[in-house]
Design a binder for this molecule. Sequence first.
Ligand SMILES: [Zn+2]
Length: 169
Amino acid sequence: MQGIPDTIKLFSFAKKELNFSHIYQVKDFPRIKKLLSNIDDEVKVELSFYIENNSIPCIEGVVKLSAVVDCQRCLNEMNLRLSPSFKLGFLKNEQQGKALDSSFEAILSTDEAFLTIEFITDEVLISIPMSPMHSHKCQSYQDKEQIKQEKHNPFAILKHTKLNIKNKE
Ligand SMILES: [Zn+2]
C-alpha cells in the first residue's frame, strides 16, 4: 500500500496491479466541501487496479467518511456514515463489455489519465442521499413555523375565544 498519486494513470496502474490507500480530509474535495459542514474530518480511500479479461482495466475501491448535512425535515444537522464501494471496468467500446462479469459497473471511456480527487468525488456524491432525514421522527420545520405563527397571530386567540363562547351557549 502506498499513497495515492494526484493523477490516475489507468492502464499503467492496472498493468502493475497497484494498490493504494490514503486518508484525505473532506476539504481536499472542493465539490464535496460545499455540501458538508465537517470539512476537517477524515476521508479514507482504498483503490486497487488490475486488468480483467486480459484487456479491461478495472478499479475496485471503497471510500469511508462521515457526512454532516442538514436534515431535510427539521433542518438540524445530522451525521451520515458513508462508505461507497465500487468495482468499475473501463471499456473502449460496448463490444468489450460482453465479456465483462456482471459484478462490474461498465464505464465507456478512453481516458487514460484522470484526476484522483475528481474520480473519488464522483463516487462519494452518488452515495449522498438526495434528501437526508433523521431516522427518528424529528419535527418538521414547517410544523414549527406554523406553531410560531399561531402564537403571534392575535386572530388565532380570537378564534379560540369564539369557540369557547359557542360552547357556553
Ligand atoms: Zn431531522
